[in-house]
Design a binder for this molecule. Structure first.
Ligand SMILES: NC(=O)c1ccc[n+]([C@@H]2O[C@H](COP(=O)([O-])OP(=O)(O)OC[C@H]3O[C@@H](n4cnc5c(N)ncnc54)[C@H](O)[C@@H]3O)[C@@H](O)[C@H]2O)c1
Length: 255
């Protein structure tokens, strides 16, 4: 699908990988709506990047907010062609330890945001995509979700995050199959270690050490490199139903 003059929704677009994707899509002539809980950052980006960008403060784990945000995006730019799901949270906790079993509420919260939130935005946007006029290749929409290499090799303490990301990876082929008759493609990106505010609070030497774990290139990924893959998925009609690792050949150790 061509990016120019298309409308994209990017959840978590106020920061990190989502923000880099917002900037890239705008640069290629798309209109973009950010769904994010960080209103301060979202509004600042609209101020910086101009009229083809809109922000809708949205907690993706609140169904009524998602419904309103999808309505806002359709109203603002006349439809949605591209969805990039980036919003997520990470918590740490082992399945059981000396202090007790994993906190059930924390596990639920992670699933609510990362999995159910992604599912909710995807189902509602996909439904809107079905109403789009197909382009000359029969395409009505492209859906990109974000898992993690933790979907495959979750580390110690990542049980909740891994559960949410493995489910996102697993849903990919089903979304592609469910929408195969409608001209909508779906892929998932599974990033390794990227230099975003998620890692931002770590000291530089820890970031460098993390980067050295990556076989090649031996550094943290740049958010623009995620955005480059998102762009390829949108543009390449044969990419469908696949979970693509973007990790410099990194395979995570237990810790
Ligand atoms: N950075 C990495 O190394 C890495 C590795 C693997 C996977 N990922 C995944 O990539 C995605 C983006 O991560 P990032 O590193 O850019 O993180 P980030 O923290 O920089 O950005 C995440 C954004 O999501 C928003 N968000 C959080 N909860 C939300 C909610 N309930 N509703 C709406 N918005 C919400 C935050 O406000 C933030 O703007 C996430 O899905 C993350 O799990 C990141």
């Amino acid at each position: 699908m061509e990016i120019r003059n298309r409308t994209a929704v990017v959840t978590g677009g106020a920061s990190g990988l989502g923000e880099a994707t917002v900037r890239r899509l705008l640069g290629f002539g798309a209109r973009v709506v950010i769904f994010d809980i960080n209103a301060e950052r979202g509004k600042a980006l609209v101020e910086e990047l101009g009229d083809n960008l809109a922000f809708c403060r949205t907690n993706i784990a609140a169904p009524e907010e998602v419904e309103a945000a999808v309505g806002f995006a359709v109203e603002k730019f006349g439809g949605i062609n591209i969805l990039v799901n980036c919003a997520a949270i990470g918590i740490a906790g082992k399945i059981a330890g000396k202090k007790g079993p994993h906190d059930l509420q924390e596990f639920r919260r992670t699933i609510e945001v990362n999995l159910i939130g992604t599912f909710d935005v995807t189902r509602q946007v996909a439904f809107k995509m079905l109403g789009n006029e197909p382009d000359e290749n029969g395409e009505r929409g492209v859906i990109i979700s974000t898992a993690s290499v933790a979907a495959f090799e979750g580390q110690i303490g990542q049980i909740a995050y891994t559960a949410s990301k493995a489910a996102i990876a697993g849903m990919t082929i089903v979304i592609a199959r469910d929408l195969m008759g409608d001209g909508v493609r779906a892929c998932t990106i599974a990033p390794g270690l990227f230099d975003t505010p998620l890692l931002g609070s770590l000291p530089d030497e820890v970031k460098t050490a993390l980067g050295k774990m990556v076989p090649f290139p031996s550094r943290l990924g740049k958010p623009q490199e995620y955005a480059m893959l998102a762009q390829s998925i949108i543009e390449n009609p044969m990419l469908n139903g696949e979970v693509i690792r973007l990790d410099g050949a990194l395979r995570m150790a237990p810790k």
